[in-house]
Ligand binder design. Structure first.
Ligand code: SF4
Length: 951
């Protein structure tokens, strides 16, 4: 594909069915009411020169280039800010306009450095393009502008190179305001401003701070908006203008942003957010936009390796030897210990096709259902809870839906860090006037940020979600706020009545729940009234809901609340799990759970199993297999002996690290397929190099059930796509797989999975993306689910009794630790730690309230030790009132800290999802890293040794 340029039409037209007919340059044109003249002209193919307008921003009308003449009106209004009117006669190309535009352009050019030939933006500079478009040949005013002759050293504002990914050269700034507006309107951070006056006007980050230390979050929106080279990617300056581009999908979070990978040969120059991307609408965050350098990081392992014992150095071998050795070891172990002594883990970082093949290999090749996925430790309660209530294991809305929300209720999620691009959409809607309720023990950014203040923040004690959500329902029921018409039409009325009687009980009143949750009763009452009566109300939730011993119960409590108030089945409402990893929805859809085949059909169902057996040519075990924690328990017990792990680092991501390590250490064969020698690989016997999303074809499914293509932009550096490695292993153990492209795998998925029946690579290529279910009934997918009733028939109300977790604070462990993520790092950090993103978060820190810190004599930056029943670790303290007294918080991005050493093995009653969000701990001052951290460092160093090949 050659370089893909998107056409910029200026500010999009409003959503309306009303049309207006006018004449532009003698041609009659009909456009939507409210459309700007610029947009109307662009849509009919007439280019109007512009600098300050772009289609991601509101019209601004400052550059004075897009002037037009309108018959019957005086002057030359800016076409970007002038809406069309019926019968209007517009002229865009007259001699007078041409002269005016040239005059304006002369002023810009007279104050702009004349270094076009050496400028990074040469050939990609709107100022240069517009000078050509208006026919500017000479500058009559001379070159007296402040930026012309001043060498860089004499400029009043020097270049700012502080950001690791882009530079700011104030000499090239034309003060069009696009970057400032992008930061405000698109990103919602308000980090940029215009400082100075006249010739001295410049963009500046904060109060003339360096970009790195300002509030800039490096989303890249300003760089994207800049029409000159004032804000430029460093890679563009280093390696030059791209030659071709490929549209693909980000491999970080569940938002699923699409990007144009702009390439020079096999090198990525930059990742530019794709305006037609339906999940991101042209926006990005620092991870997808800039943090892809891990793909070529020196730590990447490109050759397969094997070893007999984990204390041996690794030995590099050929792919043939690695695959043959792995297959023969698997056979040996199954012969010795039985069919069910082996299993595998699919990856939510890999494609749908790869996850599908791994579970197929395990079920059809190993003959067991011992397959699980990392959703076990994140959103498995979503799958269970929403399936119970609605009949589908997925969120109900598309991201666009938030534009129609009047009330946004966020529970246990931190969208601006965890799902930043959607977080920005949410902020935009909130700035437009939507109300906000946040239920979270921590004061996340959305509670109080630029131009946003939550109407209610319910800072509950970790572990009391069910009590608080049920109490919200108590207010809805007891104050007569139920949408009875909706419930009678779409839900099981008998179940509703049982549930209503349950929640109405006085023990669920806000006053009672205040005693155990710590949330003032009036906040619960106010939030419930707002949610039930404020118009379209949407719930967004994250791992702060699911990673609890009652994670599934909370999901069902949320579903109850939405159904009782009729907030399901249209734009602006719904129940929306914010999925963590890029393809966690997809890996679940693909049959990665031990009890479910693709499409969430139970393995014990004879008819479903028969369909798969016929297609796969192998008998399948009707018994569900082991979940990850059960595999580890069985390994410790001596009955589970081998595991194939594709693209997961369970040692770092799963709870109770010591137990995970014990399980892995007890196995005879641990096969890790990954980019790097991760922490789990310290216990591996076979290492199969993986490839990055840049090196593969396939699909990811994001949090809105949107299936999108991942397109290969370079050849796999390790030689094979991940799906090909799984196929080689399958063939080595006797399966007759002959796929030649991942599209054939998707064809097989479509043939076997009713919700994917209409999906194909061809359709995805044509449509850009599709939200499942996609089948004969919904050939173009389904953006909003349950519009006229639920997938399961009648919506199911479930009684949600609050059961306090067994993990309680007490005299020995008086504080509650909860964990989460931050913007710049991702999950276990394997990728982001190998990029410049670490400048923002070089280590995990412990947030502690000033009161708790003072009691323990802890000062800012001190080393502190966290002790829990499971273990202890050490990290530095950050004293902040973001957390309430009694609560401490940390992230788990760095293996040197391994926060999961202290998390316990308590888990969700229905799905075994670990209770990451509640761990009783004690904090004390420390002198530095704890003993295990030093021991582990030594072990990891030893385990990662690679034998030097004999001469
Ligand atoms: Fe990638 Fe998520 Fe950032 Fe989008 S929001 S660029 S999908 S990490």
């Amino acid at each position: 594909m050659s370089l893909v340029h998107e056409i910029d039409y200026g500010t999009p037209a409003p959503r309306t069915d009303k049309m207006v007919t006018l004449t532009i340059d003698g041609m009659e044109v009909s456009v939507r009411e409210g459309t700007s003249i610029m947009r109307a002209a662009m849509e009919m193919g007439t280019q109007i020169p512009k600098l300050c307008a772009t289609d991601s921003l509101d019209a601004f009308g400052s550059c004075r280039l897009c002037l037009v003449e309108i018959e019957g009106r005086n002057g030359t209004p800016a076409s970007c800010t002038t809406p069309v009117a019926p019968g209007m006669k517009v002229h865009t190309q007259t001699a007078r306009l041409a002269q005016l535009r040239r005059g304006v352009m002369e002023l810009y050019i007279s104050d702009h450095p004349l270094d076009c030939l050496t400028c990074a933006a040469n050939g990609d500079c709107e100022l240069q393009d517009m000078a050509g478009a208006v026919g500017l040949r000479e500058v009559r005013y001379g070159m007296e502008g402040a930026n012309h002759f001043a060498p860089a050293s004499e400029l009043t504002l020097p270049k700012d190179e502080s950001n690791p990914y882009f530079t700011y050269d104030p000499s090239k700034c034309i003060v069009c305001n696009r970057c400032v507006r992008a930061c405000e309107e698109v990103q919602g951070t308000f980090a940029l401003t215009i400082s100075g006056r006249g010739f001295d006007s410049r963009v500046s980050a904060g109060q003339s701070e360096a970009f790195l230390t300002s509030e800039c979050v490096s989303c890249g929106a300003c760089v994207q908006a800049c029409p000159t080279a004032t804000l430029s990617e460093k890679r563009l300056i280093e390696i030059g203008t791209p030659e071709h581009s490929v549209v693909t999908t980000c491999a970080y979070c569940g938002v699923g942003c699409t990007f144009k990978a702009e390439m020079r040969g096999e090198e990525v120059v930059r990742m530019v957010p794709w305006k037609d991307g339906k999940a991101n609408r042209g926006h990005s965050c620092v991870k997808g936009r800039f943090a892809w350098g891990y793909a070529t990081h020196q730590d990447r392992v490109l050759n397969p390796m094997i070893r007999a014992k984990v204390t041996d150095p690794w030995r590099e071998v050929t792919w043939e030897e690695a695959i043959a050795h792995t297959a023969s070891e698997l056979k040996r172990i199954q012969d010795a210990y039985g069919r069910k002594s082996v299993g595998g883990i699919t990856s939510s970082r890999c494609t749908n096709e790869e996850a599908y093949l791994v579970q197929k290999l395990i079920r059809a090749g190993f003959g067991t259902n011992n397959v699980d996925t990392c959703a076990r430790v994140c959103h498995s309660p979503t799958g269970y809870g929403l399936n119970q209530a609605f009949g589908t294991s997925a969120g109900t809305q598309d991201f666009d839906s938030v534009e129609d929300s009047d009330v946004i209720l966020i529970i246990g999620a931190n969208p601006t860090d965890g799902h930043p691009v959607f977080g920005s959409r949410m902020k935009k809607r909130l700035r437009e006037g939507a109300k906000l309720i946040v239920v979270d023990p921590r004061r996340i950014d959305l509670v109080r940020s630029a131009h946003i203040k939550a109407d209610f923040h319910l800072p509950l004690q970790p572990g009391t979600n069910v009590a608080v959500v049920t109490s919200l329902a108590h207010v809805v029921v007891t104050e007569g706020l139920v949408n009875e018409e909706y419930v009678r039409q779409y839900c099981d009325w008998d179940e509703f009545q049982d549930w209503a009687e349950f929640v109405a009980d006085q023990r669920h009143s806000p006053e009672e729940v205040q005693k155990l949750s710590g949330v003032p009763a009036e906040l619960i009452r106010g939030a419930a009234r707002l949610y039930a009566t404020g118009g379209n109300a949407a719930i967004y939730y994250g791992l702060g809901v699911t990673e609890h011993s009652q994670g599934s119960t909370t999901v069902m409590a949320i579903a109850n609340l939405a159904m009782a108030t009729g907030n399901i089945g249209r734009r602006g409402v719904g129940v929306n799990p914010l999925r963590g990893q890029n393809n966690v929805q997809g890996s679940c859809d693909m049959g990665s759970f031990p009890h479910e085949l693709p499409g969430y059909r139970h393995i014990s169902d004879d008819a479903t199993r028969a369909t798969f057996e016929a297609m796969w040519g192998r008998p399948l075990d009707p018994e569900p297999g082991l979940r990850i924690p059960n595999m580890l328990d069985s390994a410790v017990d001596g009955t589970f002996k081998a595991i194939y792990i594709q693209g997961e680092d369970i040692l770092q991501s799963d709870p109770d690290t010591h137990h995970v390590a014990a399980g892995l250490a007890a196995m005879e064969l641990v096969i890790v397929q990954d980019l790097f020698l991760n922490e789990t690989a310290n216990y591996a016997h076979v290492f199969l190099p993986g490839c990055t999303f840049l090196e593969k074809d396939g699909t990811f499914t994001n949090a809105e059930r949107r299936i999108q293509l991942v397109r290969k932009v370079m050849a796999p550096k390790n030689g094979y796509g991940d799906w090909e490695v799984t196929q080689m292993l399958a063939q080595a153990i006797g399966l007759d797989w002959t796929y030649t492209h991942p599209s054939q795998v998707m064809d097989e998925i479509a043939a076997l999975t009713p919700t994917f029946a209409g999906v194909s690579f061809k359709k995805l290529d044509e449509m850009g993306s599709v939200q499942w279910p996609c089948n004969d009934a919904n050939p173009e997918g389904m953006p909003i689910m349950h519009i006229n009733g639920f997938a399961r028939g009648k919506g199911k109300f479930v009684v949600t009794e609050y059961v306090p977790t067994d993990e309680r604070s007490g005299a020995r462990f008086p504080l509650l630790l909860t964990t989460g993520r931050i913007l710049s790092q991702y999950n276990v950090g394997a990728q982001t730690r190998r990029t410049e993103n670490s400048v923002w978060h070089p280590e995990d820190v412990l947030e502690i309230h000033p009161h708790d810190a003072e009691q323990r004599g802890v000062r800012e930056g001190d080393w502190v030790r966290i002790d829990s029943r499971a273990g202890s670790t050490t990290l530095r303290a950050e004293i902040t009132d973001r957390v309430a007294p009694g609560v401490v918080y940390t992230t788990f991005h760095h293996p040197g800290t391994q926060a999961n050493v202290v998390t316990t093995d308590f888990s969700d009653w229905a799905t075994n999802c670990p209770e990451f969000k509640v761990t009783a701990v004690q904090i004390s001052r420390s002198n530095g890293p704890s003993e295990w951290q030093e021991d582990y460092d030594a072990f990891a160093r030893q385990s990662r040794r690679i034998a030097v090949a004999a001469e």
